[in-house]
Design a protein around this ligand. Structure first.
Ligand code: HEM
Ligand code: HEM
Ligand code: HEM
Ligand SMILES: *[C@@H]1O[C@H](CO)[C@@H](O)[C@H](O)[C@H]1NC(C)=O
Ligand SMILES: *[C@@H]1O[C@H](CO)[C@@H](O)[C@H](O)[C@H]1NC(C)=O
Length: 401
């Protein structure tokens, strides 16, 4: 027993002396968001020069920020988010008040080795060459402590290399004091990669008291496969299936029940795509973006198309004229298909940088299908008008619809 305690004591001493050798100050917050800081000996004595810091946290975060200062206004802020290709984007920003800080190009910062995304964590190892001074602020690295701020936003992964990406407001934020004593020391080298050892990534303490942290961290990033499944199915439905199902009516000899059957089947495809979309929107807290909102409107509106289509058909059989319900069915259907085509483009934009490459291809196909569809509508409306003038019948060529 004694010996065991002795061994433990020696182990603890070794570990702590090892930690001391790292010259790293550490701070972790809610949700497994952690920060580390190193002020190389040279910087600590002269008060200016390079400093190194690390920002890390789960990929369930949209962005994680760290700032020099005691409040947003006047702070030198650094924000990280996924870059869409397995690494992180580091965005230096200038805090000016209680609104989104603007990208600041005067900060001389770079991402170092060891930065990246792995095991569900984003890690940024940062070298700042001029953090002793910024517009509206100064830091004194010779002192024993310094005021910093932190903030984070769980949610969808931004997947962009743009440094001025739009950020949504934090859910967690706070000011803290960093103990420079434990941060000072060491040479002017990346302290987060130890020579030949494991990379030094600060992991949050396994503290059960942080149970609400689990809830915050629970927003999962949806898989690319899910997004591709949704995007592909929805795009095929709105770019091909629905317009073809509508235009097929204008082919001579086609029965309306073919149109009805095809469109109801197509609507079911959309229900499946929308199901995936709604799941993603909830997971990534995107419900208030244009793309999912327009999608929901389409889902609701198209639900009534079969009803109006059938009512139109019943009325037309007896009156041989378009009724109000016919106009609703025809025009709501047409507009919904066109709106859905546009919505796909918004979806690709929402999906971020990685998918931006699809935007051109999607737009070309959408434009071609949209024009073909519109031409068919215009042609039909014009010939319907002509035939209604010559036969004194309302709407449509002579059909039994
Ligand atoms: C989308 C951008 C942002 C918006 C719209 C925003 C907005 C706000 C607002 C309205 C407050 C006061 C209410 C509250 O405490 O929640 C606040 C406080 C705070 N924010 Fe932000 N913020 C943004 C980004 C950031 C970033 C990137 C940081 C990085 C460190 C940050 C750090 C803080 C801190 C520490 C406070 C509390 C101290 C203070 O009042 O300034 N914010 N923010
Ligand atoms: C209920 C309706 C809908 C909802 C809730 C919804 C939701 C979403 C969400 C959450 C994303 C992923 C964004 C991200 O992860 O950043 C997305 C992407 C996308 N959506 Fe939708 N959407 C809906 C309808 C539609 C419709 C009508 C189209 C029409 C073509 C469409 C086409 C796309 C495309 C092409 C993408 C990009 C997929 C990729 O990059 O692989 N969505 N949608
Ligand atoms: C989700 C299901 C449906 C959608 C999205 C849909 C959509 C459309 C669209 C866009 C048009 C106009 C076509 C054009 O001008 O190019 C149209 C016409 C028509 N639909 Fe549907 N439809 C659906 C279901 C039905 C059903 C179930 C019926 C019948 C029982 C029906 C009967 C008709 C008829 C008779 C017309 C021709 C009306 C006219 O030209 O006056 N539709 N539909
Ligand atoms: C950053 O600092 C380095 C070395 O001091 C300098 O060579 C470089 O031009 C600076 N970059 C910016 C963007 O200021
Ligand atoms: C991320 O980028 C930094 C700086 O460009 C680089 O040093 C690091 O190796 C990259 N990480 C990954 C996983 O590619």
């Amino acid at each position: 027993m004694r010996r065991c305690q002795l061994v433990l004591a020696i182990l603890a001493a070794t570990v702590s002396s090892h930690a001391a050798k790292q010259h790293l100050a550490k701070q972790c917050f809610k949700g497994g968001v952690c920060y580390q800081l190193n002020i190389p000996a040279e910087t600590a004595s002269s008060g200016e020069g390079h400093i190194y810091f690390q920002i890390s946290g789960p990929t369930s975060y949209s962005w994680i920020g760290l700032g020099q200062g005691s409040q947003m206004a006047g702070s030198n802020i650094f924000v990280i988010y996924s870059d869409g290709s397995g690494n992180v984007t580091l965005s230096a920003r200038r805090g000016e008040g209680h609104f989104e800080p603007e990208h600041d190009t005067s900060a001389n910062v770079s991402l170092l080795e060891g930065s990246g995304i792995s095991n569900g964590r984003m890690v940024a190892n940062v070298l700042c060459r001029n953090c002793q001074q910024w517009q509206g602020g100064r830091a004194d690295f010779t002192s024993m402590q310094g005021a910093w701020i932190h903030a984070s936003r769980p949610g969808r992964s931004l997947r962009t290399m743009e440094r001025d990406a739009n950020l949504e407001q934090h859910e967690d934020n706070g000011a803290f004091v960093w103990d420079y004593g434990s941060a000072k020391g060491g040479g002017n080298v990346n302290p987060f990669v130890s020579r030949g050892e494991e990379p030094i990534v600060s992991t949050p303490p396994p503290d059960p008291a942080e149970s609400d942290a689990e809830i915050v961290a629970d927003t999962k990033v949806v898989s690319d496969a899910l997004m591709t499944a949704h995007g592909t199915l929805a795009a095929i439905t709105f770019l091909v299936l629905l317009p073809v199902g509508a235009m097929i009516l204008r082919v001579p000899g086609i029965d309306i029940w073919i149109h009805a059957g095809i469109q109801i089947f197509n609507y079911c495809c959309f229900i499946a795509a929308a199901g995936l979309g709604i799941y993603m929107a909830i997971q990534e807290r995107l419900s208030n973006h244009h793309h999912p909102l327009i999608g929901m409107v389409l889902l609701g509106v198209l639900f009534f198309q079969p009803v109006f289509g059938y009512l139109h058909h019943r009325a037309y059989k007896s009156t041989q004229r378009r009724t109000l319900v016919s106009y609703i069915h025809v025009w709501v259907g047409r507009l919904a298909i066109l709106l859905g085509m546009i919505n796909g483009g918004l979806g690709i934009q929402l999906a971020g940088d990685v998918r931006r490459g699809y935007l051109v291809a999607y737009s070309v196909v959408a434009a071609i299908m949209g024009i073909v569809f519109l031409c068919s509508v215009v042609y039909w409306e014009l010939s319907a008008r002509k035939s209604s003038q010559s036969t004194e019948q309302g709407g449509g060529k002579s059909t039994s619809w």
